[in-house]
Design a protein around this ligand. Sequence first.
Ligand SMILES: [Zn+2]
Ligand SMILES: [Zn+2]
Length: 184
Amino acid sequence: MLINVSTLLREPLGSSRDYRADTEAVAVPSAAFHRSVSGRVHLMRSERGVLVSARFDYEVPLECARCLRTFEAPLSVEFDEEYVALDDPHATARGQRVDPDDFLVDEHRHLDLSEAVWQYEQSALPLLPLCRPDCAGLCPACGADRNEARCGCDAGESDTRWGALRALADQLRTREDGDGGSEA
Ligand SMILES: [Zn+2]
Ligand SMILES: [Zn+2]
């Protein structure tokens, strides 16, 4: 998502612009990140370049932490970032320094908001995505999707686990017995 700021950069500090984004493409190809976002962008001419305040609402594909199904969920991403204009006469006159982390106005005097959307999306994503609050998840014993059917492992996961342990214990005991068991 590119915004041309060549005119804004020629205006006095504090000058501003507002944009509406309507299903605009945002992409960071190196991260295989592609989104279609809607929202609003406020730009303000700052000492180092352009101050961007943006908010986007869109759908992201997520994988449910319980049933592993992929589903779409609404997400809001909001950020304030300053984009530094390297060839800005203001900036060089004031001896501004540029951090490697700074967002930059490119040589064509465009802002690309894609990288920022991608970065801020990472912190906006839910830690434990659920396809629905009461998702029943997969059966830990047989892997069946318990949203769809009962699988017959209703004894419960703990019992099943103990069952497996008991079987292992039986096996070990049998093996010890076979070794002679003189100490028993
Ligand atoms: Zn689920
Ligand atoms: Zn099961």
